[in-house]
Every structure is written in structure tokens, then in C-alpha cells.
Design a protein around this ligand. Structure first.
Ligand code: SAM
Length: 229
């Protein structure tokens, strides 16, 4: 189940969240926003935009069809976006449309970061809708492998599943099957995580946790991490 093999197969069709910046959400985005209890436009504008500069170098994990990638590219006209996914996302994201600005990398596991990227390269590492499908040990792997790739004082902003918020928000409303409560993480696509667990994993990986949750969506959490000396 939410093993890497499952993730590789499940999202092969190319996950799409629609245009995350439009004022009026498409039906796809509206459905997702109802489940998550928040606005993607607000998440982008309050959760990520304050960390972007026109020349920022951004690492995005798990772009799928690139809903967030396209929004990022609009705001880094002199920057670079590198996206990393288990899927080959080139046909969806078409990097030739963004010469010198968008690079797509297909990976097998988190050990690839070290082979692909120089250390101290990125200003920000970002993911949305990705870590919520990864078991905590794999999340820690991602956090450990990506920290050296981010510049000192650079940031990581990651959306992740939070079972404590989910419990309060409501499983049915959140679109997560209630029977997952009685299953092991390896059997489900929304493995256990919470702010305390995510904080501990991020700290073990070497990040300073600036905020375990920005409070922008009701079902899940979004953490801001910083690479400090
Ligand atoms: C649910 S989709 C979300 C796509 C996009 N971020 C969005 O919100 O529309 C998850 C994507 O992340 C990829 N993915 C999941 N775990 C990953 C990991 N550990 N490393 C790289 N890609 C991952 C999947 O292959 C899939 O394309």
C-alpha cells in the first residue's frame, strides 16, 4: 500500500489539482478544497509566496501534473524550478515551454537527491499532497536527503497528513475512509502522522521547525522548516 511501489503505480495517470491560483476554483479543485477544508489559492499566497523571490531556486517534490509547479513558475521569472517525482512528468509539465527555468527529474527513491543535485543549491523545498501518502520513515528519508540541497537559512514547506486534525475535522468530510483507523500504515494510502511526529522527524533530519502548522487548512498540516547552521 503506501509503499513506494504503490505510490509509483497509483499516481501513474498524473494527479491534477487544477489551477491553484484562479479566483474561482475548477470543479476538481473545489472538490479537493472541500475535503481539505481550505483554499489552495490561500495556501499558495500565504504559505509559499512569502518565501519566493523572482530569482529563487525551488525544489518541488511530487508535482504530478504540475498544478503547484505552474503557479511557482509564474512567480520566479528569473529563477529555476526542479521537480522530482516517481512518475515521468515531462509530458505533463513540458519543460521545453520554460527553457532554463524548469527541470524534471524522475527518481526511484530518496537516495537520488544526492546524485542529482549539488549541495546548498535551493532556496526553498516544497511539496503538497505528497508526504500525506508516505509513511513516516520515508518522510524522514526525504527530509534527511533534501536538507543538504537547501542553502543555509533556506526553507522547506511541506504539507502532510495529521490524524489529530483529521479526527477533529471528520473522516468522512475529509474523504479518508474511517476503516483506516484499524489498519496498519502499510495497508492504507493516508498513513499516520501528526505535528509532534513530523516535528521530531524534521529535527532528527537536522531542520529547525519554524512552524509545525501554518493553520491554513483544517484537515491537514503544513510545516515550515529552516536549515540553520
Ligand atoms: C497526490 S499527487 C499530488 C500532485 C501535486 N503535488 C498536486 O497537489 O496536485 C502525489 C504525487 O507525488 C508523487 N510522490 C509521492 N511520494 C513521493 C516521493 N516520496 N518522492 C517523489 N514523488 C513522490 C506521486 O508519484 C504523485 O505524482
Amino acid at each position: 500500500m503506501p509503499t513506494q511501489d504503490w505510490l509509483k503505480k497509483e499516481f501513474g495517470y498524473g494527479y491534477d489539482s487544477g489551477n491553484v491560483l484562479s479566483i474561482f476554483p475548477s470543479s476538481v479543485r473545489r472538490k479537493e478544497e472541500r475535503a481539505i477544508g481550505g483554499s489552495y489559492r490561500k495556501v499558495f499566497r500565504q504559505g509559499l509566496l512569502p518565501f519566493l523571490k523572482p530569482n529563487s531556486k525551488i525544489l518541488e517534490i511530487g508535482p504530478g501534473r504540475g498544478s503547484w509547479s505552474k503557479a511557482i513558475l509564474q512567480h520566479i521569472p528569473q529563477g529555476e524550478l526542479h521537480v522530482v517525482d516517481f512518475q515521468n512528468v515531462e509530458s505533463w509539465l513540458q519543460p521545453s515551454r520554460y527553457p532554463g527555468r524548469l527541470y524534471c527529474h524522475q527518481i526511484e527513491d530518496s537516495s537520488a537527491y544526492d546524485r542529482i543535485f549539488d549541495d546548498d543549491y535551493f532556496d526553498v523545498c516544497w511539496s503538497f499532497g505528497v508526504l500525506c501518502h508516505n509513511n513516516l520513515d520515508k518522510i524522514e528519508d526525504v527530509l534527511t536527503q533534501t536538507i543538504p540541497k537547501v542553502k543555509e537559512n533556506g526553507y522547506a514547506i511541506h504539507h502532510y497528513g495529521d490524524w489529530e486534525k483529521l479526527e477533529n475535522y471528520g473522516w468522512e468530510k475529509g474523504g479518508v475512509p474511517l476503516e483506516f483507523r484499524d489498519k496498519q500504515d502499510d495497508e492504507i494510502w493516508w498513513p499516520r502522522n501528526a505535528q509532534s511526529q513530523m516535528t521530531a522527524a524534521a529535527q532528527r533530519a537536522g531542520w529547525k521547525v519554524i512552524n509545525a502548522d501554518l493553520g491554513l487548512v483544517q484537515r491537514d498540516s503544513i510545516a515550515v522548516l529552516q536549515r540553520c547552521n
